[in-house]
Design a protein around this ligand. Sequence first.
Ligand code: GLU
Length: 462
Amino acid sequence: MATTPIVRFAPSPTGEIHVGNARTALYNWFFTKSAGGTFILRYDDTDQARSTDAFADQIAADLAWLGIHPDRVERQPARANQYDAAAKKLKDAGLLYPCYETGEELDRQRARQRARGRPPVYDRRALNQTDAERGALEAEGRTAHWRFFLPNFSDDPFQPQRTERKWDDLFRGAQHIDLASMSDPVLIRQDGSFLYTLPSVVDDIDMGVTHVIRGDDHVTNTGAQIALFEALGAQPPTFGHHNLLQDEQGEGLSKRKKALSIRALQDAGYEQLAVATFATLIGTAVAVQPLATTDALQALFDPQSVNKAPARFSESELAHLNTRLLAQMNFADVADRLKAIGIDGGEPFWLAVRPNMQRLADARGWWDIVTGSISADIDADDVNFLQTAARLLPEGEPDSDTWKAWTGAIRDETGRKGKPLFMPLRLALTGLSSGPELAQLLPLIGRPRTLARLSAHGRAEN
Ligand code: GLU
């Protein structure tokens, strides 16, 4: 029987999450929720200097806006004892060894290796140091950083041999990484703080994470992480690495570039569902399309349909999706938000204007046109025409049939049809040359305003 998934989304709270992070979060959310599983929001905040509570809170708020409500929230600083215990276990097993090279020394070693046409893999020279040599380095004021001893040799650690770790990736299918192709990863910095790798694996083990779903920039880390799970006596989880998003210039997204942060897109007025849909479906075999609910989006998510190549984010495509989404939104879904921006036109108003909006806030402009005062640039030739139109406006408050009857009567009397018939009316009634269906706007504008707008120009001419 398949186990119920436990996934984690593990952002470091060092900035605002962007649309690419949202993709990772949504993929985790859809994956686990479609199987009744658990979603852990785990702040990867071992980097205390750059992590802030404010960013952590913003990330939680952004996830909530996207429709993601974590079952559990974890923070790494609270778990320092567990990381220390795991490090001790590895040290005791001889799998974590101290190294004293400075950054410049390592750079020089790598440059020499490259010059000889060799891959810049750490040569494990620190393993040869005696306790006395280490003591001397410490006396010089150096402190050790600690590397994880990869199991990539049979007898001689200085002769690594091809050692593959394989996994069946949820997104990429069969994958393999040769542990002999990489350096023993540094797990503990020389100031004693942990890099991301060990805490992440310890957390995944302790929290029972079954599936690690993340961006494909972590594919190469996976080999060493599998070896670390094994070294800690744990079964590695299932891994899934999805393609990354790029910006419009084809560059990777980063928390530092705020333009595509979830918050910036929200502030720019994009619908939650448009952003979530776009983040989920671009760079997949499924067409980007306006959907009614997040559940409908979840139903379309399929790791198999996700492309291998990076996907490019385009704000104009997002804007287009937003427009299409608004055009099919129900009044019930927007009623409260319309009220909040001072609109009480009810469902008829919403149905009239929804095909003519890029952002929900645009409704305010149409509301002002319907209820406020407008100014229209009317051709002198049309002044009499508008007076005729005013005379022919059917008695009583206009309803949804009025427009057809009214313009039929105007056509019969003036002989105008097509644009010469409709454009002066549109201009006089809305001040604009395009916009929502006038048949729907007319009942909203109402008889007194309609008559006033038609005759305003006549009076000015007289
Ligand atoms: N903090 C890491 C990142 O944001 C998490 C990677 C992982 O999911 O293991 O890239």
